[in-house]
Design a protein around this ligand. Structure first.
Ligand SMILES: Nc1nc2c(ncn2[C@@H]2O[C@H](COP(=O)(O)OP(=O)(O)OP(=O)(O)O)[C@@H](O)[C@H]2O)c(=O)[nH]1
Length: 382
């Protein structure tokens, strides 16, 4: 008899002796259990036959069957290309030969019970209900063949020592069987827990990578000085925004904001002061944004705002607001107050343009006009 583990669906490693790796765990486990349980069965059968003083060859058969056969079965399974299939075949073979021993001895009740129930338990553990049917069929076939060859006898009596040893053997077998299943279940649970922990760690790493990726994308799309989007982001979104507004039959305005005489600020107070002014103007622009608006640093001291859904009139009002807010900025450099102004050009699609390039061009042209007309003012596209 050999005892079962968890389901037989496993594909855990198997190897022939030549590979130097461990054998399939089912083959290994069945080898151990078949070795001791069959030795016990051999002892039982020997004890039962002893009083009838059988011929010498019977002892050799007993020796071959109950001590050598388990080793042979192990070697065959270990060398097989499909160790699990080979082991199932071994279990069917067990059922068959034990059926033969049962019939050959005239069905001694306790021994026959033990010889029948062992293979059934093994095969049910590996193949479910189908396994029991196969075990019974193989066992029955073994009985029929042995009965046909050796003649049918029915001598159910077993001596007290044989009966007691049979009971003890069955108990030991069931205990080992249960322990083995429990050990296997605990191991599987540990593996499952480890897998779950690994999966969680992997998930955390993936989340971190996704976060870094989005931060990286954000970095790539942002102007480092002002924190506004850069032209790269504008180029990637402007056509999509225009198409979306066209689909919704909604206007979209573009606003070009340029700091007046910025070169003078740089030249008069230094580049770092110029940077602070750029940041301050960018902050005013940021404060004016609604959700969905896109503001980017378009050039050195030039900003472009994309205002989806906003008609030209509303955009013009917003431009005036920005111009006023910038003029109200309370900036100073080296103790000297800085007066900053911006000029703004506004255009709208579809009123002034139908594509992104001409929309930006129209806003730029309006800005140029604002500069030309004296700066610190807002002009809308004609
Ligand atoms: N501090 C600073 N200056 C910059 C930056 N990028 C561009 N500039 C400067 O912005 C100035 C732009 O000057 P111009 O194009 O002549 O424009 P402007 O002086 O503002 O004159 P108008 O636009 O005609 O009113 C140049 O001096 C550039 O060096 C920047 O990141 N920081």
């Amino acid at each position: 008899m050999s005892k079962p583990p968890d389901p037989p669906t496993t594909t855990t490693p198997r190897a022939g002796p030549a590979s130097g790796r461990a054998s399939h765990w089912v083959v290994h486990m069945n080898h151990i259990n078949r070795s001791w349980s069959w030795a016990l069965l051999g002892l039982l059968v020997g004890l039962h036959l002893w009083p009838s003083a059988p011929a010498g060859w019977v002892w050799w058969v007993l020796f071959a069957q109950f001590l050598l056969y388990p080793q042979l079965a192990y070697l065959l399974a270990r060398r097989a290309s499909e160790p699990l299939t080979a082991e199932i075949r071994n279990m069917l073979c067990d059922a068959f030969v034990l059926g033969g021993w049962s019939a050959g001895m005239g069905f001694p009740l306790w021994i026959a019970f033990l010889l029948g129930v062992g293979p059934c338990i093994n095969l049910v553990a590996f193949q479910g209900g189908q396994g029991v049917l196969k075990a019974l069929a193989a066992h029955g076939l073994g009985m029929v063949l042995a009965g046909a060859v050796l003649g049918w006898r029915f001598e159910p009596h077993t001596s007290l020592p044989v009966t007691l040893l049979s009971m003890a053997s069955l108990s030991a077998y069931l205990v080992v069987f249960g322990l083995s299943a429990q050990t296997r279940a605990v191991k599987l649970d540990q593996v499952r827990q480890r897998l779950r922990r690994n999966e969680q760690a992997l998930q955390a790493q993936l989340d971190e990578i996704r976060l870094l990726q989005s931060q990286l994308k954000e970095e790539v799309d942002r102007d480092h000085l002002t924190g506004l989007y850069n032209r790269r982001h504008l180029a990637a979104t402007i056509d999509r925004e225009l198409a979306r507004c066209a689909r919704d039959d909604a206007p979209i305005s573009a606003m070009m904001v340029d700091i007046d005489h910025f070169k003078l600020i740089n030249d008069g107070h230094g580049h770092p002061v110029g940077d602070e002014v750029l940041k301050a103007v960018a902050e005013v622009i940021s404060q004016s944004l609604r959700a969905g608006d896109i503001a980017c640093r378009y050039g050195g001291e030039e900003f472009l705002l994309l205002l989806p859904g906003m008609p030209l009139g509303a955009a013009e009002a917003r431009a005036h607001d920005i111009r006023r807010q910038v003029a109200l900025l309370n900036l100073s450099a080296h103790g000297v107050a800085l007066q900053v102004h911006v000029s703004v050009g506004v255009a709208e699609a579809p009123q002034n343009a139908t594509d992104s390039a001409s929309l930006v061009r129209q806003a730029d042209a309006a800005l140029y006009r604002a500069k030309h007309l004296g700066r610190n003012r807002v002009e809308i596209s004609a």
